[in-house]
Design a protein around this ligand. Structure first.
Ligand code: CO
Length: 134
């Protein structure tokens, strides 16, 4: 069902410092910070040859990653995103297999303007999984 790894998202307490680490220490191509108010985050994209890393930093009140940073003050891997060809078919298959879909179960438009769903970390070895329709 799952296809390519679309991105790994890392929540960071200091976006500038994290961007510097990827750019200057790891020698990666990094984007400018992109505020995404609808998602409560500012994102820096790290473009790799085969996938992306997204650095996430809270934006505004009630950011969805604030709680994660409260528990992980130095940051950490927040989620992994896999591509699927048909997100509704994937959802139905996962639900039939007993996996829990977060929210109301309907895809939302994600940070890349494509339909996404999140799956409960307890069903995937403690890892929050995002599915994105490719
Ligand atoms: Co994501």
């Amino acid at each position: 069902m799952i296809g390519k790894l679309n991105h790994v998202a890392i929540a960071v307490p200091d976006l500038e410092a994290a961007t510097k680490t990827y750019r200057d220490v790891l020698g990666a191509k990094v984007s400018a910070p992109l505020p995404q108010p609808a998602h409560g985050v500012t994102v820096v994209f790290i473009q790799l040859d085969n996938t992306k890393v997204e650095l996430l930093h809270p934006l505004g009140e009630g950011s969805p990653i604030q709680g994660f940073l409260d528990k992980n003050p130095s940051g950490g891997v927040h989620h992994v995103c896999f591509e699927v060809a048909d997100i509704l078919a994937a959802r139905d298959q996962l639900k039939a297999g007993g996996a829990r879909v977060l929210g109301d179960g309907n895809p939302k438009i994600g940070a890349h303007d494509k339909p996404v769903l999140f799956l409960h970390p307890k069903d995937f070895n403690g890892t929050l999984v995002e599915l994105e329709q490719a």
